[in-house]
Write a protein that binds this ligand. Sequence first.
Ligand code: HEM
Length: 501
Amino acid sequence: MIAWTIVQLLVLVWAIRTLWKYFTASGGNKLGLPEPPGPYGLPVVGYMPFLGSKPHLVFAKLSQKYGDIFQVQLGTQKVVVLNSLDVIKEAYIKDASFAGRPNSASFQIFLKSSSSSFSFRTGNAQWKFLRKIAIKALGLFASSRSSRLEAVVGEANEELHAELEAANSEPFDPQRNIFDCVAGVIGTILFGLDFSSKDTLLKPILSLSQKFVKFFTAGSILDSLPLGPLIMHHKVKDFVESLKPVDALVDRHIAEHLVHCEEEDDVRDVADAVVLAAKQTPNDLKQQLGLTDDRIRCITRDLFGAGFATVMESFRWAINLLAAFPDVQERARRELAEVCGDRPLCLTDRSNIHYNEAVLLEIFRFSSLVTLALPHSTMEDTTLRGYFIPKGTTIFSNLFAHHYNPQYFPDPESFKPDRFLCADGKLDADKAQLVIPFGVGKRRCVGENLARQELSLLVGRLLQKFEIRQDPSNPVNVRDGKTGFTRAPIQTPLIFKKLAL
Ligand code: HEM
């Protein structure tokens, strides 16, 4: 009976919305342009039931019929999907009106329960200011001249490598060890966290990162139906609860930094840099931008949230792919030996390890970790490729579809780092530019440099010490991933054989 009433209510809401849009559409679209084409869906739920667990693949298929830009109705949410590099660039680089974030239920719930500073907020003047502070603070570690990152990765690696060695070339699942290693790196960069305290700190982070991935899936009931938050009540409650210990943890560390940092010379880590920026921002500017010190300090939370699971999952993809393609692994290791000899890889070596850099690019392309990037939203009525896109439309950029487009990447299903090399064996800069795992334009990832450098060191130094092999009785599956907000690799036990130096 209750279920029937809910269905009736949903049909009523859908009918009212459809009629409202029909009568108001021509008023909004003064240019008389068409909206992007797209498939019909079912009443109320629209195309939502057809997305399945891998929306990026469904969208890629739809683009074969409807073109690089099309729209789908997901419940009450209209979503425009951009499927090619050109159209993504056209929207995100050239047109500031695409720099918003959706007002969806998942984003609102997250923003209300946790004071994310800027990543999940719309692209206004406040966002611009906070983003600038974040980029400057990360610059402490993410410059190629900075040896700080090398030292931090070195320390985290020591523990990881000791754990891998202790497995004694027996197959084992390295997930937890990789988690600890990457948590150690981001913890030190952001807060100067003591590695020895990590076990108690990491449990809530692990639990949240698993829930986060499931909470922000494209086309979820939560975001697509007006009663979504009610229907998904338990999931919402569970997610909100799991945010609390992590927020408390980050807040505690920010509080410690508050008393420490008064001037540039006091800056030890990213939290210090952000705390100092809050102290140095003039009050009239804060007032003008509607900013509080707390909002500025919360930048550190955004960086922690965005910079941890992404690097960890990319590192796992790298390890799995290198195990699956031993020839690639061997060639990369040979190049490292030629360039570095017996010493550990440094960031300044990156300009000389062309093949290793090509391997990293191919890992980014092949894994396409954040398949649909973060959703954007139009901040005002706009046009793209002759189509009208009203204010408040959710936009997905299908990075996966671009990374598997044979026009740019011939034979895209094959793992071929050579595709990024020129005939002389050097990295082809133009081809490298075609890989866009960090998005493009105004909301491009602020942690891109840090992530590229961190992964180059993590992967390169691992290859210098270990041969990574598949367990013959349990081969690696690199053809598939667990899709949610990110496309996580499927982990099977691996063999890490310590190399004789
Ligand atoms: C391999 C690792 C990473 C990948 C693949 C990745 C990918 C992305 C993508 C696709 C976006 C969305 C771009 C868009 O909205 O169009 C993004 C945004 C963002 N990333 Fe990353 N990221 C990674 C690592 C990091 C790291 C290490 C940090 C910081 C420590 C970071 C901080 C952020 C922030 C703050 C945003 C939001 C920017 C904004 O809304 O203005 N990311 N990232």
